[in-house]
Design a protein around this ligand. Structure first.
Ligand code: NDP
Length: 330
């Protein structure tokens, strides 16, 4: 039973797709948990680049749509059939839409308990991007000690976590950034080589840094403006793990080119398929939270906005003005 003050909540919705201007602060009824679900009071909601894809209509959503796919907070109530969590538990979750809000409902089966040593804000800042870096490095292309690898946008939310995890796996990490400030952050995270992809041909630079050998893998989340050159960075039988399109979607591609360029591979993975089972979700979340708790994974959360300023957060993320994680506080 909710106190009367909790029967409505504020949320950021879109009623039409478009620029950051379409984000609207709206009063909505607080949702009610259905079977298997929990009602959650959100303490912090993560802003992710994928939220801009939904906002602009690149990914379809039924309108009106409450944005946001990542949050952490406290359980207010659970449906009678939920036995795994109880009111008051601190939990984090991701890939369940509707987190740009004061409250949300989510299936208990997709909630992750936040351990001692990890704050609720840290959990909100790391659950989605941390598990993304984890599956990319452990499963999409499992990195081996000594591998030379390239990750684009190394000072971004995912990038900074990825670099630290890749270093802990023993890789030599190359990364790309667009500014000196971002280069400093990427180096501090452990990057061995930082390339300014807005100023220089990063494929040529990679080739020269590897004695013309090329790389076994490029992790590319920038897409349209980088994909061609990412392919050129590879050695024969190398793979581009294309996991996003911050600069836009990659145009249609003739597969015969994978043959002529050296029996290359391309995969287009998404986190959903790498945390599909409870065991995989628990395993990745545990690794990420343990690393935060023991200090081996450092979070950079400099951009913290009130929920009402979600549009500002989107503008800054899309204009490449941000580094590390962005959070909304309802
Ligand atoms: P980031 O914090 O990394 O922000 C995006 C960064 O991309 C910018 O800071 C910028 O870094 C770089 N960039 C390059 N070109 C552009 C451009 N034209 N416009 C805007 N930014 C550009 O965001 P996230 O960590 O939230 O996400 C990073 C990527 O990872 C996104 O593509 C996202 O969709 C993807 N992703 C994919 C997942 C999956 O499972 N497939 C899961 C999570 C994220 P710089 O200024 O240094 O170039």
């Amino acid at each position: 039973m909710l106190y009367p003050a909790f029967t409505t909540m504020q949320a950021i919705q879109i009623h039409t797709t478009g620029s950051a201007d379409v984000l609207t602060l709206t009063d909505l009824p607080t949702p009610t948990p259905g079977p298997g679900e929990a009602l959650l009071r959100i303490e912090a909601s993560g802003v992710n680049f994928i939220d801009t894809y939904f906002r602009e209509g690149r990914y379809p959503a039924k309108l009106p749509y409450t944005l946001g796919q990542e949050a952490a907070g406290t359980i207010v109530s659970v449906a009678p059939d939920v036995t795994t969590f109880k009111p008051g538990d601190r939990v984090a979750w991701c890939l369940i839409p509707g987190t740009y809000a004061q409250f949300a409902v989510a299936p208990a089966a997709r909630l992750v308990a936040i351990p001692e040593g990890v704050t609720t804000q840290q959990a909100a800042a790391a659950i989605l991007q941390g598990m993304t870096a984890h599956y990319l490095l452990h499963s999409a292309y499992p990195v081996q000690p000594g591998d030379e690898i390239l990750i684009h946008a190394g000072a971004g939310g995912t990038g900074l976590l990825f670099i630290q995890m890749a270093k802990s796996l023993g890789a030599r990490v190359f990364t790309t950034v667009s500014s000196e400030e971002k280069a400093t952050l990427a180096r501090a995270a452990g990057a061995d080589e930082v390339i300014f992809y807005t100023k220089e041909d990063f494929a040529a630079k990679v080739k020269s840094l590897t004695g013309n050998k090329g790389l076994p893998v490029v992790y590319d989340s920038v897409g349209k403006s980088t994909f061609e050159q990412s392919l050129q960075c590879l050695r024969p039988r190398g793979i581009v793990v294309l996991f996003g399109g911050a600069s836009g979607p990659v145009p249609p591609f003739d597969l015969i080119r994978l043959s002529t360029m050296g029996s290359l591979y391309v995969t287009r993975p998404t986190l959903k398929d790498y945390i599909a089972t409870r065991a995989e979700l628990d395993h990745r979340a545990k690794d990420v939270f343990d690393a935060i708790a023991n200090g081996t994974l450092r979070l950079r959360v400099e951009h913290v906005y009130p929920l009402a300023d979600a549009a500002q957060a989107h503008r800054e993320l899309e204009s490449r003005a941000t580094t590390g994680k962005l959070l909304l506080i309802p």
